[in-house]
Design a protein around this ligand. Structure first.
Ligand SMILES: [Zn+2]
Length: 142
């Protein structure tokens, strides 16, 4: 029996400038309101129904890093998204940031653009090491 593992679907690229926004409907404690929302935000603010306006947050689509396993059930190692917390007391959270988390802990990493470049370089170097390990393993197990 042959099992084919499909790579995860690539998230849609964010094409609109991060500064573009629109006015969207939202529910705040069950009350209908309209609020500005970045064009890249994929949250349905009606379904999200936050208790307080200050809890409204914006998020772009999630990009997942999955790890294949021997039993063909890929595991989520990490995900990343663009986010913004418009009512945060922290000025850095009120503008777009990149958030990376492993999905298992309550803490993640907030990154600005320069951090994302460094992180991407680290991922490429990591991927090259994994590929090299795989080739070495293949040479032994072939
Ligand atoms: Zn939004």
């Amino acid at each position: 029996m042959t099992t084919t593992v499909q790579p995860p679907a690539m998230p849609e690229p964010i094409e609109a400038p991060l500064t573009d926004e629109r006015i969207v409907p939202a529910l705040i404690d069950g009350q209908s309101v309209y609020l500005p929302c970045p064009a890249w935000c994929s949250i349905d603010h009606v379904r999200d129904n936050q208790k307080f306006l200050e809890d409204v947050w914006h998020s772009g689509p999630f990009s997942d890093l999955e790890v294949p396993r021997r039993d063909n059930t890929p595991g989520l190692m990490a995900y990343a998204r663009i986010g913004m917390d418009p009512f945060s007391r922290d000025e850095r959270m009120r503008r777009p940031f990149i958030f990376v988390e492993d999905g298992n802990s309550s803490e993640g990493s907030y990154m600005d653009a320069e951090h994302a470049e460094t992180f991407a370089d680290n991922l490429v170097a990591f991927a090259e090491k994994i590929r090299s390990m795989g080739r070495a393993l293949k040479a032994v197990t072939a």
